[in-house]
Design a protein around this ligand. Structure first.
Ligand SMILES: [Zn+2]
Ligand SMILES: [Zn+2]
Ligand SMILES: [Zn+2]
Length: 283
């Protein structure tokens, strides 16, 4: 399985769009891994987890063929994860020319689906368009995208909707997997039990954890390094992760006041790697 980390910032990006704070100034000066666009993932070039507001930049920077994306799984309706205006540009033939086009399969919670339908209404004067097949999903839903199986879990993030995160598994026996946990605070108490039901006796190969607050304390909807370490302990204790599991931190905010080297240093004792834009993970 190939996972491309398209962006690794929280909603406002780093440097943040309108910001003059010290962190953003130093990040802009440093460049490289300190420049972070809004979070999303591309798996095996055909499954997208979230549609970032920076998708146009991602397409250019990574030379992506987004017509190859057959499925989009959306974690929740916040604008850094669901960019409805750019989604409508997948409509054929007016905005996109895709020979033998099949509808893009979009899976999202109710609120996100409502946003998408509103966007369609605005753009096409109808809530549906033949280029899209939109399916409402909820925690526990399982969907397929070619060689991948995706299971949705409940995130602890925004009580106004059923926020989700996804386990992506590959292969006939689901022998490879990647868990994406953002946006979320520390997962709910029975999360290990629910994850074990899906994984059976398999371990996690790799996971990416919400680290919005960086070296600061986590909040009701996001984690920082302390909570990432606590989640790692929980997964070890439950036998869901072992010494071969790769841990990554992701979705960083400028309010966490940490440059890439600060994150690398603070995460090192836990063997957690701070992700960066353009990072490719092969499992
Ligand atoms: Zn976010
Ligand atoms: Zn800032
Ligand atoms: Zn959010």
């Amino acid at each position: 399985m190939e996972i491309l980390f398209l962006g690794t910032a929280a909603a406002e990006g780093i440097p943040s769009v309108f910001c003059r704070c010290e962190t953003c100034r130093r990040a802009a000066e440093a460049g490289g891994r300190d420049i972070r666009t809004r979070c999303a993932f591309l798996v095996n070039k055909h499954l997208m987890l979230d549609l970032s507001p920076d998708i146009m930049f991602h397409k250019l920077r990574y030379n992506l063929d987004l017509a190859a994306v057959d499925s989009l799984c959306v974690t929740h309706s916040h604008t850094d994860h669901l960019n409805v205006p750019d989604l409508t540009f997948r409509a054929c033939p007016v905005y996109a020319c895709i020979p033998d086009e099949k509808p893009l399969k979009v899976y999202a919670n109710k609120k996100s689906c409502d946003h998408i339908r509103d966007g369609m209404l605005f753009e096409f004067a109808a809530q549906e368009h033949p280029s899209f097949s939109i399916t409402e999903i909820a925690p526990g839903s399982v969907v397929e995208s070619m060689d991948l199986t995706i299971t949705a879990f409940r995130a602890v993030h925004d009580q106004r909707e059923d926020c989700l995160f996804f386990l992506v598994e590959e292969g006939e026996k689901r022998e490879k997997n990647f868990l994406q946990i953002n946006d979320s605070a520390l997962p709910y108490g029975e999360f290990e039990r629910d994850l074990a039901r899906v994984l059976k006796d398999r371990k996690l190969n790799a996971l990416s954890m919400d680290c919005t607050h960086c070296r600061e304390k986590g909040s009701r909807g996001h984690m920082g390094i302390e909570e990432n370490a606590a989640l790692q302990r929980r997964l070890f204790d439950a036998g869901l992760a072992d010494e071969n599991t790769l841990f990554f931190a992701n979705h960083f905010s400028h309010n966490g006041h940490s440059l890439h080297r600060d994150l690398t240093e603070a995460l090192a004792p836990y063997r957690i790697t701070p992700a960066w834009d353009g990072m490719v993970l092969n499992i």
